[in-house]
Design a protein around this ligand. Structure first.
Ligand SMILES: [Fe+2]
Length: 314
């Protein structure tokens, strides 16, 4: 069963449990969500002036467009206002900031058509963020910057929640990727060659769920959810913000969504900042997560192991 909770008043521990069980939460725009989108809009409008950001792709050569993104994206990620607005937003939505850690937000673009579909505007194929060394309790928070439509939204693929997919996550180590892969992204126009965790079996993309929210509204989902960027046929570039959180009460005991198919090494634990004072996790806690592969920290649930064995025997 897949449930989408709208403006739920669930307490955050119930909400986390539901998210770890594959449900989705959607919230109407809040004051801080709107402020975060305003900030992103201002920065985008300045960068693409005199063009309207969602339409700028129709007016600029792709090389010039990439140059603009190369400056715009890091500027947003590291803008000091983001570190103020994100904890504020999390507080508005009931998170306990003493235990909630967040990472810097990303500003993403999904261009319409095949104008730019690699490198800095990579259209993410179906994946779980947990294939990229995140703790299984990571939650993703996603906000559109400008109004979106089903044709430029993102999609969830709920059938894969408890269905393993053959993938290359065993080759992925966040620590190694951080050393080389991220910088390579900006050099790639028209092709995508970075080593990414990816599915290596054909996938059924239906049924899928697309949620259309207003700018400043938030979709919250477990990093273990299978999701993708839909092929953008809207004629408009989608601009979105996303950031992630983990709860220290769950990282300390490896609680979270079930691990059905993630085998990566490394961890993203050093990226998160505490909601109250922007402190990092302790070195010991980061090391513990870094040393063990996902599969050791988060063993595959028994019923899936049994199902695999039955397949081999039959
Ligand atoms: Fe993702």
């Amino acid at each position: 069963m897949n449930t989408v909770f709208f403006d739920s008043s669930d307490g955050e521990s119930v909400r986390r449990s539901n998210l770890y069980a594959g449900q989705l939460y959607v919230f109407s725009p809040t004051a801080s969500g709107l402020a975060l989108c305003d900030l992103a809009q201002q920065m985008c409008e300045e960068a693409f002036h005199p063009h309207t950001p969602p339409e700028a792709q129709h007016h600029l050569p792709v090389e010039e467009y990439v140059e603009i993104l190369k400056t715009l994206k890091p500027k947003f990620i590291h803008h000091p206002e983001c570190k103020r607005l994100i904890p504020e937003l999390l507080g508005e939505l009931g998170c306990d900031l003493e235990n909630t850690y967040f990472d810097v937000p990303r500003l993403r673009t999904a261009c319409s058509g095949d104008y730019l579909s690699s490198g800095l505007a990579y259209a993410f194929k179906p994946h779980r963020d947990t294939w990229y060394s995140t703790p299984m309790c990571q939650l993703n928070w996603w906000l559109p910057v400008y109004p979106i439509a089903p044709e430029n939204a993102m999609a969830f693929h709920p059938n894969y929640w408890d269905r393993p997919v053959k993938n290359t996550s065993a080759l992925f180590n966040y620590q190694n990727w951080n050393l080389g892969g991220r910088k390579a992204a900006e050099k790639q126009i028209g092709k995508h060659t970075r080593v990414q965790s990816a599915a290596i079996e054909p996938m059924q993309l239906e049924p899928q769920t697309r949620i259309v929210t207003k700018p400043g509204g938030v979709i919250v989902f477990a990093a273990a959810q299978m999701h993708s960027t839909v092929p953008n046929t809207s004629g408009l570039t989608r601009f979105s913000i996303d950031f992630r959180t983990v709860d220290a009460r769950d990282t300390s005991c490896d609680r979270g969504a079930p691990n059905v198919d993630s085998e990566c090494m490394g961890t993203t634990m050093m990226d998160y900042l505490r909601g109250t004072d922007l402190e990092h996790f302790s070195d010991d806690e980061i090391k513990r997560h870094e040393m063990l592969p996902s599969i050791a920290k988060y063993p595959t649930p028994d019923h899936l192991v049994k199902a695999e064995l039955q397949k081999v025997e039959s």
